[in-house]
Design a protein around this ligand. Structure first.
Ligand SMILES: [Zn+2]
Length: 72
């Protein structure tokens, strides 16, 4: 139950109940996944910049050959 205390705030509902998961793709791309517990919004950053989910899925698909089952 460890909270990430780095000032993460949900852009939709302004809740601070946001989790952050960092992922490394096989090509060395590093993406961060964020999920809001309150409103279930999910979003992604790559190299510290926001990215659209389809772009992340495209990278994942390129790297892993078909991991693209996440819906926004
Ligand atoms: Zn939220």
């Amino acid at each position: 139950m460890e909270q990430q205390g780095r000032g993460l705030v949900c852009p939709r509902c302004s809740s601070k109940d946001v989790i952050n998961i960092n992922l490394s793709l096989e090509h060395g791309d590093r993406v961060a996944f964020y999920s809001c517990h309150r409103c279930d919004k999910r979003w992604w950053h790559k190299d510290g910049a926001p990215v659209d989910l389809p772009e992340v899925l495209q990278m994942a698909r390129r790297d892993k050959g078909g991991a693209g089952d996440i819906q926004n």
